[in-house]
Write a protein that binds this ligand. Structure first.
Ligand code: NAD
Length: 487
């Protein structure tokens, strides 16, 4: 019996790092618990600077070979990884649900197919990347996307494999090598990804996975002089630490951070649609960076909107995320639950009113909450909660709606419900957000730019933007007689 293997919902998962095509243990471990019932799922390798250095060295050693691999071959291997994801889709779905508590039905039908699609999309996009050749006074300009080198990819727990592969796939497609550091609260599917990539024929050292607490292994990764790109998804405080650490080598960063996005509901909107969009914000127990957590509703329809919202939200089923009938699962960790409740209790103490919820429930669950009577400058309106906690404010006119929508330090997304196309155009032009959805929510095409403004992030990924980030873009200018030797 391999003491480094743990069995989660019948699936064997290796708890060690994956470095240079080998499993590597650490002297220490940390416990990984399921949010469903608090049970320990495994003792995970607790990485330190030693493993960080080994993983970056492996990525550096594998880089020349992978960078020189033809685009067609890289694309073939990425498709083989996607095949492996699809073959193990059920296993990935149940392990992810057990590890992070998000709904099994979402993992089966939406998330894990999307993980496979991440690899297929960037494999195909790689083959169609345009090289924008053009002329300058007879000279030819040739733009190329050259692989940049080893990339450190650091990901959060709310959509572990989806967010990891959204970075891993373009980084590998671009010809780079990778050190992936998943979040310590949901480390398991990254380990399965290492197995799948190896089975698909990805050469040793091209993808490395290191486990551990960010505070212990993070700095060694992000300050490493051999790392050529850092892509991070997570919280603003961690982003600040990573930026400071990356500053030593001026390592280029992509930062996908938190949000406090608005849902604007105008009186001319289809109110049933608006309520559907509003209730969707409880998805993943509110642990979604893009969630429109601030409802801004035109005064004349606010009562009716609230009535219909409460009716619909009250019909949601909260419970075991493995159950097909469940709409809202547990929150990730007791510490997260405490944090959520802290926000709510401080808001209530400051005069907010809980229209629904406002308290934790038995186990690791928080009652879906809607708070009204909240001030624009209050903590609950300004700070990201990352739980099933929404606020509702009203506005008198379009100008006020836009002012309130833009009045936070974030700028990740915005959603608006309106029946007036001209209003939609006017309002979206004035919203500060990386993504705006009009009469819809969460429609995400991988070729679209994705990222946030203000404290919600730095840079954009997606489609060609991903290759711009993960590559050293080079312009080569050749003289008209460039192939002669003047002789
Ligand atoms: P976090 O910042 O606590 O942790 C994210 C990752 O950073 C983890 O892997 C962690 O181990 C690592 N880390 C921690 N300290 C580090 C350090 N000093 N150096 C290097 N790495 C370190 O975030 P979280 O709580 O896991 O995730 C929730 C946050 O992520 C929320 O703010 C949410 O909005 C944001 N998020 C953003 C997006 C997006 O695309 N914009 C998507 C999902 C989540």
């Amino acid at each position: 019996m391999n003491k480094h293997l743990t069995t989660v919902a019948g699936v064997a998962v290796d708890t060690r790092h994956w470095i240079a095509g080998r499993r590597v243990a650490s002297t220490g471990t940390f416990p990984d618990a399921s949010p469903i019932d608090g049970s320990t799922l495994g003792d995970i390798a607790r990485g330190t600077a030693t493993e960080a250095d080994a993983a970056v060295a492996a990525a550096k050693a594998a880089f020349p070979g992978w960078a020189a691999t033809s685009r067609a071959e890289r694309a073939r291997i990425l498709h083989a990884i996607a095949d492996g994801v699809e073959k193990r889709l059920e296993e990935l779905a149940i392990v992810e649900t057990t590890d992070n508590g998000a709904l099994l039905r979402s993992h089966r039908r939406g998330v894990m197919p999307r993980v496979a699609h991440n690899f297929r999309f960037f494999a195909d996009w790689l083959l169609t990347l345009e090289h924008g050749d053009f002329e300058t006074r007879g000279h030819s300009n040739h733009v190329s996307w050259d692989p940049a080198g080893p990339c450190v990819l650091i990901t959060p727990w709310n959509a572990p494999l989806m967010l990891a592969t959204w970075k891993v796939a373009p980084a590998l497609a671009a010809g780079n090598t990778v050190v992936l550091k998943p979040a310590e609260w949901s480390p398991l599917t990254a380990s399965l990804l290492a197995d799948i990539a190896a089975e698909a024929g990805l050469p040793a050292g091209v993808l490395n996975v290191v486990q551990g607490y960010g505070s212990e292994i993070g700095d060694a990764l992000t300050s490493h002089p051999d790392v050529r790109r850092i892509s991070f998804t997570g919280s603003v405080p961690t982003a600040r630490r990573i930026a400071a650490s990356a500053a030593a080598n001026l390592t280029p960063l992509s930062l996908e951070l938190g949000g406090k996005s608005p849902l604007l509901v105008f009186a001319d909107a289809d109110l049933d649609l608006a309520v559907d969009l509003a209730v969707e914000q409880y998805d993943n127990a509110g642990q979604v960076c893009l969630a429109a957590t601030r409802f801004l509703v035109e005064e004349s329809v606010a009562d009716e909107f609230t009535r219909r919202f409460v009716e619909k939200a009250s019909s949601l089923t909260q419970g075991d995320p493995r159950d097909e009938a469940t709409d809202i699962g547990p929150n990730i960790h007791p510490r997260q639950l405490e944090k959520i409740d802290g926000f709510v209790q401080r808001a209530l103490a400051a005069g907010a009113r809980a229209v629904i919820g406002g308290h934790p429930k038995e186990g690791q669950y928080y009652a879906p909450t809607l708070l009204t009577d909240v001030a624009q400058d209050s903590e609950i309106v300004q700070e990201e909660v990352f739980g099933p906690v929404l606020t509702l404010q009203t506005f008198a006119d379009e100008e006020e709606a836009i002012r309130l929508a833009n009045d936070t330090r974030f700028g990740l997304a915005a959603t608006l419900a309106t029946g007036d196309p001209e209003r939609a155009e006017r309002v979206t032009a004035q919203l500060v957000a990386g993504t705006v959805w009009v009469n819809c929510f969460f429609v995400r095409d991988l070729q679209a730019p994705f990222g946030g403004s203000r404290l919600s992030g730095v840079g954009r990924e997606g489609g060609t933007w991903s290759f711009d980030f993960y590559c050293d873009v080079k312009n080569t200018v050749t003289a008209p007689n460039g192939w002669t030797n003047h002789g």
